[in-house]
Design a protein around this ligand. Structure first.
Ligand SMILES: NC(=O)c1ccc[n+]([C@@H]2O[C@H](COP(=O)([O-])OP(=O)(O)OC[C@H]3O[C@@H](n4cnc5c(N)ncnc54)[C@H](OP(=O)(O)O)[C@@H]3O)[C@@H](O)[C@H]2O)c1
Length: 244
């Protein structure tokens, strides 16, 4: 019996490449809205089950997550890869665009983690990769909705990792790198550059990292060094410039 991995956003780009790559070793539950694309790509794969799901539709998401344990049992691996990048500068960015970005990029990954974590905890093993971007660290102009929604994903990931650190459950962030996809058709690399980092994160040992961010084999710090700040006392070490 193959190990099961649930991959969202499997109909194109990184998720499509990962589904193809992992299908020899894993049973893959491949999720996306465009079921025709999924079936065309993976309909002949014995190990891939194609699931039509709109992650921005809270009713569909609730129904799917409620059914998951009964339908598939214990799923030890999750790759929250689906994402949207709605570009708009501050004057044009609408609340609806921000909400939709957060729904797909942060709320849906949270819902899937919440659905799978109880059995991961019971079994004492889980490996989760939440696909983020350098955008929330760089805050590029026009990327406000994307960066904010990925920042929410980053914070949820690190928080979840800390809450589950005693259960051999590793919850990490990964950016695939600048790879060609529908979201980034002009990008210089191909999605396979992400495979080694994905394999590393899926195969982490019990004492491996959790709540961290990886990109093309590098670990990228998510936070500045905050050592020594006394938050409740309102004091920070002298290396922090005091402007008042
Ligand atoms: N490409 C890059 O350079 C790059 C860089 C940094 C991070 N990333 C991240 O990598 C991940 C994969 O992106 P990609 O570059 O492969 O982009 P992509 O080709 O546009 O793929 C996005 C995937 O997300 C799915 N998706 C979007 N909205 C959805 C919804 N409402 N419900 C269900 N599925 C939905 C799409 O499937 P359907 O349309 O069929 O639903 C598609 O399979 C994203 O999280 C992205 O932010 C990409």
């Amino acid at each position: 019996m193959h190990k099961t991995v649930l991959i969202t956003g499997a109909s194109s780009g990184v998720g499509h490449a990962l589904t193809q790559h992992l299908a020899s070793e894993y049973r893959v539950i491949a999720v996306a809205r465009r079921i025709d694309r999924l079936k065309q790509a993976f309909g002949t794969y014995a190990n891939v089950e194609c699931v039509e799901l709109d992650l921005s539709d809270s009713a569909q998401l609730r129904e799917f997550t409620q059914e998951l344990p009964e339908r598939y049992g214990y799923i030890p691996y999750l790759i929250n890869n689906a994402g949207v990048n709605i570009r708009a500068g501050m004057p044009e960015l609408t609340q609806e665009q921000l909400s939709r970005s957060i729904a797909v990029n942060a709320v849906a990954p949270l819902a899937l983690m919440q659905a799978l974590l109880p059995l991961m905890q019971k079994e004492g093993f889980g490996r989760i990769i939440n696909v983020t971007s350098g955008a929330p660290l760089n805050c590029f102009p026009q990327f406000g909705a994307y960066s904010a929604s990925k920042a929410a994903l980053n914070a949820l990931t690190v928080t979840a990792a800390r809450e589950y650190q005693d259960y051999n459950i590793k919850i990490n962030l990964m950016s695939p790198g600048p790879v060609q996809s529908e979201m980034a058709p002009q990008a210089p690399m191909t999605p396979d550059v992400a495979f080694p980092t994905v394999e590393y994160l899926l195969n982490l040992p019990a004492d491996g990292p959790t709540g961290r961010f990886f990109w093309l084999g590098y670990e990228i710090p998510l936070f500045p060094d905050l050592d020594g700040i006394e938050w409740l006392e309102g004091r920070a070490p002298s290396r922090f410039s005091k402007v008042l």
